[in-house]
Design a protein around this ligand. Structure first.
Ligand SMILES: [Zn+2]
Length: 728
């Protein structure tokens, strides 16, 4: 079945708001996706030939006909698409002919076309250009789509046929990609419980229900806890250090919640951005403690018993499915493959991270001492004094930089230029392709030989009806089986300039454009037969590799010089300024890595618990886990504490948080290969495209990387590019 979509949440390190969204799965937040069974499966009578999704698009590249699609067209098309796919699946399962690769796996690859095209368009607009009609449709569709996936995965007749083919696969004389399809799809079914006895299926279902209820409860408690954990004061002096705009926003926040004074809401992470500005130490400490204890106050929002039970249930689910721990179950289809591999990787980074963060702490303590403040650095002081260190060391003025980064120039003379130099592709703007919003631009991507390769949409400006952050996804997946070429889009939230003014962006934003375009290339270069294995449909600990890798070219001299030109004069950026950008890039690399490592270790330790382990005391567990992994550094708490770690308890990231750091290792290690081999060249680009970017999930990802790199990835390049210190 098409669509092993990978869901990547907002990235944690350096890569801000950089995600790739699943393609043919509804994008939903949290546990809504698990609310199974509310949908009856009825096809709305309101779906017929007048619906623009009824037939495949006749536009170039099968682009969505946004000129004809109305908000009310999506829901009936998606519902009809589910019904149609279920009918197709039923037919495959009931086929009187003996099961073959073609009449099972390939037939499933061909199924669900209507659902795919409607859902792909819906996912884009409901995130990037939403409104109440689309939001309502999304809420209604979430349980239906979850039930739809289950109906396919738990179809016993279908699974029996897949199993028959799976068992004889070695004798079938299939090509490598077809064999890979069999293994990936079969594993996905087994992963979902298709292999269990009726009694075990029943037990799994019960555990699933309890775990989904607990995940929901966790998310709700956390939401309430974050609200309750806000900082409220009537004393303006307590907020010294905030600018007028921040104070006005805090006053407005208080007002909108019908209270007086100033209100600072709590963010998801342990550290709170506002701590960088607040000069009153007592205020910083209060805000930090509000954050740290938000879900541990013994009140209705305390999540400790919820997560302890969740961890236990997950271990039991894994045991039913034949795995020693939840982490082992999750890691099975990832590049790392086992929790041990992920743990070993993290253990190797810990001494490097701590050596770096301790040296940063020294610099910060020196500033505190120079001001005769008379205290030892605490977590709530880090950002405030760190900011002073940053200013003293680099003092990078955004206003000075931005005139060199005009959006269109960055895109065409930077992002597109780098891709042209590496891969020979070129871009032609298409004004004739309909878009869902007039601001969206469309480019046809031409291959080095001039042939049509893909369609690329970009929608870069912030709007009120657009979700935050930046992401990539697709309207159409590449597949030679279906005869489709990729239609890819990038979304961002760049500040929109006043009419007639140029869009001048920060270097962070420049990096985001390169990052999302890196995902774009992974989609555009896809050259696979089966849509399920195409492009970005890879493991979570691989999918952020091509995107982060592409970020490296933003700072590469011949690329940078080509686009970083003053928007008025065309003058290149002064060398001193370029040097400042380079140096400041790694500021606080030790802190960033250490807090993420600590969170990733907590995640992995919780999910490595075996089914027989007793119910844990979360505080004690957390303390011991951090001590065991040598990450118990008082001034550097984990990015998320166990009791408010939304990613792992409610957002599908359990035993997966390490992937953020793992893919950093991959992309730095890959860039090192380029540097060792002459860096930017067509030969290097073409080789990377042939061996990695075009391959999707058609081969074991570790083997794919090994074949391209010539050895397994190492952390050496990551240390070098990120300015991390060797272990002491
Ligand atoms: Zn990304």
């Amino acid at each position: 079945m098409a669509g092993a979509g990978t869901r990547i949440l907002r990235a944690a390190l350096g890569i801000k708001f950089a995600i790739v969204k699943p393609r043919n799965r509804l994008i939903v937040v949290g546990a809504v996706a698990q609310a199974i069974g509310a949908w009856s499966g009825a096809v709305g009578a309101d779906f017929g030939p007048s619906n623009p999704f009824y037939a495949p698009s006749k536009l170039p590249f099968n682009a969505p006909p946004f000129d004809r699609i109305k908000d009310h067209d999506y829901k009936p098309a998606i519902e009809a698409g589910m019904a149609q796919q279920l009918a197709e699946i039923k037919q495959i399962a009931a086929d009187p002919a003996p099961p073959t690769f073609d009449n099972t796996f390939v037939a499933m690859e061909r199924s669900g076309r209507l659902l795919d095209r409607a859902l792909a368009a819906f996912n884009c607009v409901s995130e990037a250009n939403t409104n109440p009609i689309l939001q309502e449709a999304k809420t209604a569709l979430a349980p239906a789509l979850a039930a739809h996936r289950d109906a396919i995965h738990l179809n016993a007749k279908l699974f029996a046929r897949l199993t028959a083919v799976y068992r004889q696969r070695a004798a079938l004389k299939l090509d490598a990609e077809s064999l890979r399809l069999i293994e990936v799809e079969y594993d996905e079914f087994v992963h979902s419980g298709a292999n269990l006895s009726a009694a075990d299926k029943e037990q799994l279902k019960k555990l699933n229900q309890e775990s989904s209820a607990l995940s929901d409860a966790f998310a709700n408690k956390l939401l309430a806890a974050a609200k309750a954990g806000r900082y409220l004061t009537a004393d303006r002096a307590a907020l010294a250090g905030l600018g007028e705009a921040q104070l006005a926003a805090a006053a407005q926040d208080a007002k909108s919640r019908n209270t007086e004074g100033y209100l600072i809401p709590l963010q998801n992470t342990t550290q709170q951005p506002v701590l960088a500005s607040l000069s009153v130490r007592a205020t910083r400490e209060s805000i930090f403690r509000n954050s740290w204890d938000r879900t541990e106050r013994g009140d209705a929002n305390d999540t400790r018993s919820t997560i302890a039970r969740l961890a236990q249930i997950r271990a039991q689910q894994a045991k039913l499915l034949g795995f020693p721990s939840h982490a082992a179950w999750v890691l099975k289809d990832q590049m790392a493959k086992t929790p041990e591999a992920a743990l070993e990787f993290m253990a190797a980074l810990v001494p490097v991270a701590t050596a770096t963060v301790l040296s940063e702490a020294k610099d910060i303590q020196a500033v505190i001492d120079a001001q005769r403040a008379g205290f030892a650095l605490q977590p709530w002081d880090w950002a405030f004094y760190g900011e002073q260190v940053r200013k003293a060391k680099y003092d990078l003025d955004e206003a000075e930089i931005k005139p060199y980064f005009e959006l269109n120039n960055v895109l065409e003379a930077g992002v597109f230029f780098a891709a042209n130099q590496l891969y020979g592709i070129s871009f032609k703007e298409r004004k004739d392709i309909p878009v869902y919003e007039p601001e969206v631009r469309v480019f046809e991507v031409l291959d080095a030989d001039g042939k049509a390769l893909a369609l690329f949409y970009c929608d870069y400006f912030k709007r009120d009806n657009k979700n935050g952050g930046a992401w990539m996804s697709q309207f159409v997946d590449q597949s030679t089986l279906l005869g489709t070429l990729p239609v890819v889009y990038n979304i961002a939230n760049l500040p929109k300039p006043a009419p007639g003014e140029p869009a001048l962006i920060s270097f962070d934003d420049v990096t985001t454009l390169f990052h999302e375009f890196g995902h774009g290339l992974h989609g555009m270069f896809a050259n696979t037969r089966y849509p399920s294995l195409s492009g970005t449909a890879t493991a979570r600990d691989f999918v952020e590799f091509p995107s982060q890798f592409n970020e490296h070219w933003a700072m590469y001299p011949s690329v940078f010089e080509h686009y970083a030109k003053h928007y008025k004069t065309g003058a290149p950026m002064p060398a001193a300024l370029v040097e400042k950008i380079k140096k400041s890039k790694n500021f606080s690399a030790g802190y960033d890595l250490t807090e993420v490592l600590a969170a990733a270790e907590l995640d992995m330790q919780w999910h490595a618990l075996p089914a027989g382990a007793p119910l844990q005391n979360p505080d004690q567990f957390e303390k011991e886990a951090l001590a065991r992994t040598h990450l118990d550094i008082a001034a550097v708490p984990p990015r998320y504490r166990s009791s408010y770690f939304l990613h792992i308890w409610s957002s599908g990231y359990a035993a997966g948080y390490y992937a953020y750091i793992w893919t950093q290792m991959l992309n730095d290690d890959a860039f090192q290969w380029f540097e060792d081999n002459g860096a930017l060249s067509r030969a290097n680009g073409d080789r990377f495209r042939r061996m990695i970017l075009s391959r999707g999930n058609t081969e074991d990802l570790a083997a794919m990387y090994l074949a391209w790199r010539g050895r397994a990835p190492s952390i050496d390049a990551m240390m070098k590019y990120r300015g991390l210190k060797p272990a002491q």
